[in-house]
Design a protein around this ligand. Structure first.
Ligand code: DHK
Length: 145
């Protein structure tokens, strides 16, 4: 079994309740179910969320031994965290960056992403379908598409 880590940053625990006009009504549990269904046999997902930068960095370090690929929505840490970029640069597998909203249509401070300098692909504005597309792309990149 190969595992894809689906990492989520600050405030995404409130998905479904928080600003539904921007982030929609579905929850992270729904994201996990959709991503699991998007995987072929022999590939599974492990979805994690933290409001703490250091925890996300520790999970990226764990991914070095445990994950075939990473789908990551770092939340607001996208726009601030060189430390998450450094952790991803120390990871060898495919990385797809996801944003539920179209960050480029929003405030200027959301237009820059540190993570994009490492990501193999970036998805923004597809709602939570973006996570499914990202999962499928990781599957393709690991030869299980
Ligand atoms: C989620 C967040 O929490 C914001 O801080 C980002 C991102 C956008 C999203 O669209 O998924 O700016």
């Amino acid at each position: 079994m190969r595992t894809i880590f689906i990492l989520n940053g600050p405030n995404l625990n409130l998905l479904g309740k928080r600003e539904p006009g921007i982030y929609g009504h579905e929850t992270l549990a729904d994201v996990e179910t959709r991503c699991r269904k998007a995987c072929p046999e022999g590939v599974d997902v492990r979805l994690m969320q933290s409001n703490y930068e250091g925890q996300i960095i520790d999970w990226i370090h764990e991914a070095r031994d445990e994950a075939a690929g990473i789908v990551i929505n770092p939340g607001a840490l996208t726009h601030t965290s060189i430390a998450i970029l450094d952790a991803l640069n120390a990871y060898d597998g495919p990385v797809i960056e996801v944003h539920i909203s179209n960050v480029h249509k929003r405030e200027a401070f959301r237009h820059h992403s540190y993570v994009s300098a490492r990501a193999d692909g970036v998805i923004a504005g597809l709602g939570i379908e973006g996570y499914e597309a990202a999962t499928r792309r990781v599957c393709t990149l690991i030869g299980r598409g």
